[in-house]
Design a binder for this molecule. Structure first.
Ligand SMILES: Cc1ncc(COP(=O)(O)O)c(C=O)c1O
Length: 393
């Protein structure tokens, strides 16, 4: 059978038909006005999704990881100090990249399942009298643990320290509220394959005037990712090299879809999908890896599995027996969690199918879970019952 189940990994996400069709365009000359007509609305749309009021958008043929590298190499010099908290696999990988680029990373360790520690970040910056710290790195949504961090809180903790604030929004932007201007973010990094519902292949960045100014003095080597080349050619609606034209056409369509639904409605849908998943997790007698409700991610839930069970077994069985993809635990939480991605092109009904599949796998594996328990809890929430019950309580 050729039917395709939805995926429940935290990106790449399901691709709506309208976006597949938008990506599938005939070749066009990327140095012609036809490309500028595609590109300009995509850039303007990214500004709105990121909540930018000034600065520039850069769209690179790359992925989120390339977005990290572009952010660092365009604004910093070898030996510069950056401050970063490590509380999951993606915050770890960003730190690792910075170290490999020759930056001096001041790392704040936090337990996996917690968010960026505001007090420790504030204290580190207050102690930095000589202003050695040039940038603070924040992973908005730690995809490995399903933890959302408080970016406005980080900016407040930075007080009047002059460091730039770089935010990895790869698994939040387009699915959860993001306010680059309001939060004072200097570089925001997104990838095409998450909230934008596209195939992987674009790193999408918003850069503030302060980050643009830093680009002029930064000496880390860069070439393919050099923002200066990009901005020079962008001015005429072009690229310094061959752009990923189909993906850019898809990006414009993606933004149209997000705005047709309404960004607030998109965020509300993600919040609702996530809450239904969490109701199911509770009904299974399990807990999210995120240690408190203020940290719960609306795009991914890392479910802590019962003692003696292995989350990777569930993910492998779901793929081999039912043709459904969930995310494995990564790094410190490998085997201890499995991850349910609930972002992008998903509805309540699709999520119920994912929860039902997870339950079948749990039953197959002999986990202590009653078939239908999680699905019923999510159904109650999605049909509004639990909202009414909460209101009455
Ligand atoms: C929070 C976060 N940052 C960075 C990345 C790396 O992005 P990519 O795999 O697109 O290079 C990911 C990928 O899942 C992510 O979830």
């Amino acid at each position: 059978m050729s039917a395709q189940n939805p995926v429940f990994i935290p990106g790449p996400t399901n691709i709506p038909d309208a976006i597949r069709k938008a990506v599938d365009i005939a070749t066009l000359d990327h140095r012609s006005p036809a490309f500028a007509r595609l590109f300009k609305p995509a850039v303007a749309g990214v500004r709105r999704v990121l909540g930018m009021d000034q600065g520039e958008v850069i769209i690179l043929p790359s992925t989120g990881t390339g977005g990290w590298e572009a952010a660092m190499t365009n604004t910093l010099s070898p030996g510069d100090t950056v401050l970063a908290a490590r509380f999951g696999m993606f915050s770890h990988r960003w730190i690792d990249m910075c170290q490999r680029l020759g930056l001096n990373v001041q790392v704040i360790e936090a337990p996996w399942g917690q968010g960026a520690p505001l007090a420790a970040i504030g204290a580190a910056l207050r102690a930095d009298n000589g202003h050695q710290i040039k940038a603070v790195l924040a992973t908005h949504n730690e995809t490995a643990t399903g933890v959302k961090s408080d970016i406005a809180g980080i900016r407040a903790a930075m007080a009047d320290h002059p460091a730039m604030l770089f935010v990895d929004g790869v698994s939040s932007i387009g699915s959860m509220p993001f306010d680059m201007a309001g939060w004072g973010v200097d570089i925001a990094i997104a990838g095409s394959q998450k909230g934008f519902m596209l195939p992987a292949g674009l790193a999408i960045l918003g850069i503030s005037p302060k980050a643009i100014a830093a680009m002029e003095t930064a000496t880390l080597p860069r070439c393919f990712f050099d923002f200066r080349d990009m901005l020079r050619t962008y001015a005429t609606g072009g690229y310094p090299y061959t752009p990923a034209v189909g993906l850019i056409a898809g990006l414009a369509r993606s933004i149209e879809m997000l705005e047709d639904e309404g960004l607030e409605a998109v965020y509300a849908r993600h919040a609702r999908l996530a809450e239904g998943v969490r109701r199911a997790v509770a009904a299974w007698g399990m807990v999210p890896c995120a240690i408190s409700p203020d940290l719960y991610s609306d795009t991914v839930t890392a479910v802590v599995v019962p003692a003696g069970c292995n989350g990777t077994d569930l993910v492998q069985l779901a793929a081999s027996k039912y043709g459904v993809a969930f995310g494995v635990g990564l790094g410190e939480v490998a085997g201890k969690v499995f991850r349910i991605g609930h972002l992008g092109s998903l509805t309540d009904v699709m999520v119920l199918a994912g929860l039902a599949t997870a339950e079948m796998c749990m039953a197959d594996l002999g986990w202590p879970v009653r078939l239908g328990s999680g699905v019923a809890a999510a159904q109650e929430f999605y049909r509004g019952g639990s909202v009414a019950a909460r209101a009455a309580a």
